[in-house]
Design a protein around this ligand. Structure first.
Ligand code: C5P
Length: 301
């Protein structure tokens, strides 16, 4: 029986500007995604004799409600739309923490869309893939592109790969506190802080983007410039609700990391490091001092 085994990578946001609250309740963003090597693994095996979609996973939380999972929803939408007569066994091995700001669920959805298009031999154009991706979540579109870096507009779903820096490879130390963060909660807090109605009008004008400068810094491996370009509008909002993230940022700065930022709506914080060797040393140090934090090393993929 044929099984496809695929890596489902995480992301960080190197830049995230929240522009305005849209009428559909989502926020218009200007953001830069980077795909990183931290990954889940997804195995897909076709069920030839029934149409069941079965999800098995090592995550107790996801296993408790298997049909609410984005992996299940992605398979179901393809099966229904294309009237597929087969089912699928999905084995999801999670490593990317949940509620982390690392896009794990969105990445899983994109991986299943790609994988099942192959396994079920579906004719899925890039534009149709994008429509499925959008229906599943804002970050899913980025992962369907298979690109290392991309700038995104809309609600984070209009993707423009940044080809100039496609060969750049960064090393990261990622630190996640023990608790997850709810993305809707953070955007709601952003609305309160920024008087969302007023912002909606202001959002009609196009903002100046710092993404060109960021690309330049990446292209020239200029960590000094990069440090000044890294930005996340949601950081202050999440930090206020979860002060432990401030302690993580301080810990990373204290061990000598210079470019340190929260990813997405948090709570994971990443720091850029010159090499894998330095990342390993920093990880060992952090794990000893703060055993309650999850620490990962990842590079651009
Ligand atoms: O699209 P996704 O399911 O990831 O979004 C989860 C929640 O995050 C949305 O329901 C919304 O509250 C918030 N969100 C937003 N603006 C975005 C992305 C997400 O307000 N651009």
């Amino acid at each position: 029986m044929k099984t496809l085994t695929l890596k489902s990578f995480a992301k960080v946001n190197l830049y995230l500007k929240v522009l305005n609250l849209r009428k559909d309740g989502f926020h218009r963003l200007d953001t830069v995604f980077e795909r990183i090597s931290l990954h889940d693994t997804i195995s897909l095996t076709a069920r030839l004799h029934d149409q069941e979609i079965r999800v098995r996973t090592n995550s107790a939380l996801l296993a408790s409600e298997p049909t609410k999972n984005l992996v299940y929803k992605s398979a179901l939408v393809l099966q229904k739309t294309f009237k597929v007569k087969q089912g699928v066994d999905i084995r999801l091995t999670k490593r990317i923490p949940l509620g982390a700001g690392l896009g794990g669920g969105s990445s899983n959805a994109a991986t299943v869309l790609h994988g099942l298009a192959t396994l079920w031999k579906l004719r899925l154009s890039q534009s149709r893939m994008q429509r499925f991706a959008r229906s599943l979540g804002s970050d899913v579109a980025f992962f369907t592109y298979g690109t290392s870096f991309a700038q995104a507009g809309g609600r984070g779903d209009i993707i423009k790969p940044i080809e100039l820096i496609e060969n750049v490879k960064l090393w990261h130390l990622l630190v996640k506190p023990a608790f997850p963060v709810s993305t809707p909660r953070i955007y709601a807090a952003w609305d309160l802080k920024n008087n969302a109605r007023k912002i909606e009008k202001a959002g009609l004008t196009r903002p100046a983007s710092n993404v060109k400068l960021l690309s330049l810094a990446l292209q020239h491996h200029d960590l000094g410039l990069l440090k000044r370009c890294l930005h996340n509008d949601l950081e202050q909002v999440t930090l206020k609700l979860y002060p432990e993230i401030i302690r993580i940022k301080h810990a990373l700065l204290q061990i000598g990391l210079k470019a340190v930022l929260m990813s997405g709506s948090g709570p994971t914080v990443f720091g850029l490091v010159d090499s894998k060797k330095k990342a390993l040393a920093a990880k060992a140090h952090l794990k000893k001092q703060h055993p309650q934090w999850q620490v990962f090393i990842a590079c651009t993929v």
